[in-house]
Structures are given as structure tokens and as C-alpha cells.
Write a protein that binds this ligand. Structure first.
Ligand SMILES: Nc1nc2c(ncn2[C@@H]2O[C@H](COP(=O)(O)OP(=O)(O)OP(=O)(O)O)[C@@H](O)[C@H]2O)c(=O)[nH]1
Length: 392
């Protein structure tokens, strides 16, 4: 698949940057165009891969932001984006539309710029272009508090409405107790990039052998066409000694279909896909609630068992009780590992989103109650006990 990726807000920008970095490191061909949009000038300095001419600052002339962000206010983030939409769209004139299969709008949903501006922008993309627009929305962790939950619970709804499908990533599920917040984010951003590239890059010619059963962009589009919230599973395994030995002996791997059909190879592929589906998803969900799924197994041709892929597909069909499961391979002769990525589309049983909504309703009630009490409290503070003094 060929993508135009737009990162919105701080998290969105950093993740878009990591996607391009991972794509470059793994010599893939995924992002035909990358841009970032932010309302905070300082965040744009953190980027190393998105070209400067594609870094757009919205709200520079707005009194409330002046280039310093949306202050975790998604309504402001949405407004700043609407005000400067023409400028954002001007940068999109550089998108090579003939070479782009879809747009991907990336944002953290707990703040203001990404959570409010992302859906506004996704909707504008959908109105202007015929290509599908996908979202990649990062849910805040539980300990970020009520405001972040409220923002995310509102934003995920707008994201799902304004995109063809939204892939969710849950910071809560990926938080490691021992890390600082920033190094934790760095690590999770790499994990997100790895999954996006492994899932969406296959099928694009980048010099690797083209397989009979290669995943294609139309497979991804078909899987995501059901809309809603999607989640991604991933697992990897080290290569067989035999594969490594052949590589050593021949200096390169044989593109050997027969080797790929060894019984052990089939069992390994099937086992890896099962392990992926049971591993930590980008956003934890009951996989049986997904409507469609897509499996990509990537690695040296000698380990890409077609039998294993067929078994994996059948197993997944039985798990999600759907015949809409596609499976394809992604031959990478130089790969150091065998990798399985599973896209689960329109998952409807996602406990984290239910929990966010509950937290958000509580937060909304607290915010309203506190606002009502605050006026009285200020008035009581500045008024003497018997209200004998006259203000000036
Ligand atoms: N995975 C991940 N999540 C992040 C990262 N940075 C921030 N977040 C999450 O994204 C949410 C939004 O934060 P930001 O992206 O900084 O906010 P913003 O969209 O720039 O909006 P404002 O700062 O309010 O203008 C936070 O609540 C975090 O949950 C990151 O690098 N990686």
C-alpha cells in the first residue's frame, strides 16, 4: 500500500516521524508523502524525518494559541485547524495522488491539537479526495486523569465518524512501570511504527521477490471497509538454523517454495499467527468481536509456508466466526526474523474504550460541578464575613 501520512499534534507528529524512520531502516516503500500539523511550534523541532516544508503550524495568529499549542482543549484544536485549513490543504497539493492508495491521519487523543484537529482534517480529506482516509488514534493511559479521558472519549467518536476506519493504540496497555514517560513513549512509538509498516508496506515493489500470494493494498482496503475501530496483533520468531545455514552457504537465500512447504514451516507459521492473535494488541479487544481480519506473514521465502498461511486463515476464521479473513505473505530474503501481523477490523468489544467513556462521564460531571462551585467560592473568598465592605 502507498500511503500519505499526516501526523496531528505532538504524538501524531512523533509517530509519523517514527513510521518514516522504520520504513527507511527496513528499506520498505510505504510513505509517498508525510506531513505534520501542530499548533505548538516547539513540537516541530523534535522531528527528524518529515521534511520541514511539510511541517505546518496552525493557530499562529490566534490570540489563544499564538504558536503555543491548544492546551489540551480539543474544541480549540478543532477551531485552529478549521481556521487554517486552506493552508494545510495547500501543502497537500504536493501529494502524488496517482501514487497514493490511502491517507493515514495519526494523533494522540488525550490532548487538544490532535484530538480536536485530527478528525476535522480527516473529514476534509474525505470530502476532497476519493482515496480512503484511515485514522491511527492513541488512547491516553488511565493515570493521565479525567481531562485526557474526556478528550479521548469525545475524539474517538469523531475519528470513527470522519475516517473509513480508525486503528486504536492504547497507551495504558503499553505502559511499562519502570520507564520514564518520555522513554516509554519512544519505545511505544517504535512498536506502533513497526506494526504500521509490517501491515501496510507488503505488496509494494521494493526489489524483493514478488510472491504469488502477496498481500495487496486492495486486501487492506477490503478488510478496513467495515469501518469502526481496528486493532493490530504482532509476533515475531527467530529463523530456523537451516535457513541461516543456507544463507551462510549460498550468500543469499534460495527462493525455495519446497523448503517453505516443510511440515515444520507450516506449523511454525500457524503457531506464530496464533501467538500474535493472543499477544498484546495495539488496543486490547476481544478478537472474536472483530468483523474481518487480515494476516501478513513476512520473512525469508524458505520459511513462508503456504500451508501454514492457509491453516492460519482457517483458524482465524473460526475464531472470529467470519469468512472474511485474508492471508498473504511478504517475502523478505534478507529478513532476520519471521513476523506475523494480524489486522482485526471493526472490533466491537474493546473494554478500554468503555472504561474511557465511564471515566469521561465522571470527569464531565466533576468539571461542571466544580465550575458551578468555583464562582461561589471566589465570591466568598473576596467578601468579608458579614458583607460590610464596599468594593471600590
Ligand atoms: N504513544 C504515544 N503517546 C503520546 C506521545 N506523546 C503524547 N502521547 C499521548 O497523546 C496525548 C496527546 O498529547 P499531545 O500529542 O502532546 O497533545 P497535542 O495533540 O499536541 O495537543 P496540545 O498539546 O493540547 O496542543 C497524550 O495525552 C498522551 O496520551 C508519544 O510520543 N507516544
Amino acid at each position: 500500500m502507498k500511503l500519505a501520512v499526516v501526523g496531528f499534534g505532538n504524538a501524531g507528529g512523533k509517530i509519523a516521524d517514527r513510521i518514516v524512520e522504520y520504513e527507511t531502516q527496513t528499506e520498505r516503500s510505504l510513505c509517498q508523502f508525510t506531513a505534520v500539523v501542530n499548533s505548538a511550534r516547539i513540537d516541530l523541532h523534535k522531528l527528524g524525518y518529515v521534511p520541514q516544508r511539510h511541517q505546518i503550524l496552525v493557530g499562529q495568529t490566534d490570540e489563544r494559541s499564538k504558536g503555543h499549542g491548544a492546551g489540551a482543549d480539543p474544541d480549540l484544536g478543532a477551531e485552529l485547524t478549521r481556521q487554517d485549513l486552506a493552508e494545510v490543504q495547500r501543502v497537500l497539493d504536493n501529494v502524488p495522488l496517482h501514487d497514493v492508495d490511502a491517507f493515514l491521519v495519526v494523533a494522540g487523543l488525550g490532548g487538544g491539537t490532535g484530538s480536536g484537529g485530527g478528525p476535522v482534517f480527516a473529514e476534509a480529506l474525505g470530502e476532497r479526495y476519493g482515496e480512503p482516509v484511515y485514522g491511527l488514534g492513541v488512547l491516553p493511559s488511565g493515570d493521565e486523569g479525567g481531562r485526557a479521558s474526556l478528550n479521548a472519549a469525545r475524539s474517538i467518536r469523531s475519528f470513527v465518524d470522519s475516517t473509513d476506519a480508525t486503528i486504536a493504540f492504547d497507551n495504558d496497555a503499553w505502559r511499562e512501570g519502570t520507564q520514564s514517560i518520555e522513554s516509554g513513549y519512544e519505545q511505544t512509538n517504535v512498536e506502533i511504527a513497526k506494526r504500521v509498516v509490517s501491515l501496510l508496506a507488503p505488496g509494494e515493489y521494493d526489489g524483493s521477490p514478488v510472491s504469488e500470494n502477496a498481500m495487496d493494498s486492495s486486501d487492506v482496503k477490503r478488510t478496513l471497509s467495515v469501518g469502526g475501530v481496528a486493532t493490530v496483533a504482532y509476533a515475531e520468531a527467530s529463523l530456523e538454523e537451516e535457513t541461516q545455514r543456507q544463507r551462510g552457504l549460498l550468500g543469499r537465500l534460495r527462493n525455495d517454495g519446497e523448503a517453505g512447504e516443510r511440515e515444520g514451516a507450516a506449523t511454525k507459521v500457524h503457531g506464530l499467527v496464533r501467538r500474535a492473535a493472543r499477544s498484546r494488541l495495539t488496543c486490547p479487544a476481544d478478537i472474536t468481536s472483530a468483523e474481518r481480519a487480515l494476516v501478513v506473514v513476512s520473512g525469508p521465502p524458505a520459511e513462508l509456508s503456504q500451508k501454514g498461511l492457509v491453516r492460519s486463515r482457517k483458524w482465524l476464521e473460526s475464531q472470529i466466526d467470519s469468512v472474511e479473513v485474508l492471508a498473504g505473505d511478504d517475502p523478505r530474503p534478507g529478513a532476520d526474523r519471521l513476523r506475523a501481523t494480524v489486522l482485526l477490523a471493526n472490533a466491537t468489544d474493546v473494554p478500554r474504550i468503555d472504561a474511557l467513556q465511564e471515566q469521561a462521564v465522571d470527569a464531565q460531571e466533576n468539571i461542571d460541578a466544580q465550575a458551578a462551585e468555583r464562582d461561589t467560592a471566589i465570591s466568598e473568598l473576596v467578601t468579608d464575613p458579614d458583607d460590610e465592605l464596599e468594593p471600590i
